[in-house]
Write a protein that binds this ligand. Structure first.
Ligand code: SF4
Length: 372
């Protein structure tokens, strides 16, 4: 199956922790960017797709008719998708947006909430209110959008178990279909990195962060959400198929500035320069990109790393068939080390992280990636 990702990089303001390819919304650049995207889409070889995902940036910095037009173009090139998602920023939602999204085929909205607590929302540089989030979920339900997801963030400076519980409980009370809960990562070069250099104690250490992660797992499980990936929780029937395809090491086509693709064993990454991207796309030149072919042990290591993120883990027979690697033999020292320390378990034909292993997933996954 093929997943199609479309990057819409404009935001109404820039959050100080963010490391994505994004720019402040300016009408002229946003219009030119859409033209560039259309030009790139027209050059794509038509192929059936299983999922389409509009991410950003803030896709709904564009108005709903522009989103509908873009989706129509994407779907003409990549027909057949059963799941069409859009990331949205709650305070930009206008009353009539969701019926237009629904009409355009969107089946899933992912709302960038991060927190329901006013002080944390401010610390993160976001501008919405808890009331706006509730309103957006109600609008999505009224428009009968099949899946509503919220993104939440923990280990935010100033947060504690009580305030994190408030955000989780608020999400659960809204009865959303899916919750993504990510720990804050401080990326080099962002204003948050400078803040951490000045005031390291404001930021969470691993142990305190793990306490908040444990609280998320506990509360979401009690409310009937299945943890189907390290950071993702879904009610039955609401897993994100687009992301599941990434974790299954499936193929995806990335359109737009900074977008990544993985097709026929080659991973490529478009330039992160908005000007370079737009100029090349509009002139009909190849988009400047970096590409590498993933082969052999490297390809298998990536696949292990991705599959271990999921609750399902790695299917041993299927893995051997697909990559020619016998996990229990070829990765024997790594498997033995993490099985001994209780982070990895084998159940029948599957190897997966234990509940404890989920807290140290980066260490375990990284070891498979770098094992020679
Ligand atoms: S809205 Fe999202 S993409 Fe835009 S700056 Fe904030 S975190 Fe980054």
């Amino acid at each position: 199956m093929l997943g199609v990702y479309v990057h819409l990089p404009f935001c109404p303001y820039l959050c100080p922790y963010c490391d994505f390819a994004k720019w402040p919304m300016r009408a002229t650049s946003a219009r030119r960017y859409l033209d560039a995207l259309y030009a790139e889409i027209e050059r794509e070889w038509p192929a059936p797709a299983a999922t389409v995902y509009l991410g950003g940036g803030t896709p709904n910095a564009y108005d709903a008719p522009a989103i509908a037009q873009l989706l129509a173009r994407v779907r003409a090139r990549f027909p057949g998708a059963g799941e069409l998602s859009i990331e949205i920023n709650p305070e930009l939602v206008r009353a009539g947006d969701f019926p237009i999204y629904r009409e355009a085929g969107i089946t899933r909205i992912s709302i960038g909430v991060q927190s329901f607590v006013a002080g944390e929302i401010e610390t993160l540089g976001r501008k919405h209110t808890a009331a706006q989030i509730e309103e957006v979920v109600a609008l999505a339900r009224a428009a009968r959008l099949p899946s509503v997801s919220l993104d939440l963030m923990f280990a935010v400076p100033g947060q504690n178990a009580q305030s994190w519980r408030r955000s989780l409980s608020a999400a659960i009370a809204l009865d959303v279909d899916h919750v993504s809960a990510y720990g804050l990562t401080v990326e080099e070069g962002t204003p948050y990195a400078a803040w951490r250099a000045r005031a390291p104690d404001v930021f969470f250490d691993d142990a305190r962060e793990a306490e908040l992660y444990a609280l998320a797992i506990e509360l979401l499980a009690a409310a009937g959400y299945e943890q189907y990936e390290i950071s993702n929780f879904a009610r039955p029937g609401h897993r994100c198929a687009h992301n599941l395809n990434y974790w299954a090491n499936g193929e995806y086509a990335g359109l737009g500035v900074g977008a990544a693709s993985y097709r026929e064993g080659v991973r490529s990454l478009h330039t992160r320069s908005l000007e370079e991207y737009a100029a090349a796309a509009l002139a009909g030149r190849p988009i400047p990109s970096e590409a590498e072919r993933l082969e052999g042990r490297r390809r298998a290591g990536e696949a292990m790393m991705l599959a271990l993120r999921t609750a399902q883990g790695v299917g041993l027979s299927e893995f051997k068939e697909r990559y020619g690697i016998d996990v229990m033999t070829d990765y024997a020292p790594v498997v033995a080390r993490f099985a001994r320390t209780g982070l990895l378990e084998r159940i029948g034909d599957t190897v997966r992280l234990t509940q404890r292993g989920r807290f140290l997933a980066n260490d375990v996954c990284g070891a498979f990636l770098t094992f020679e």
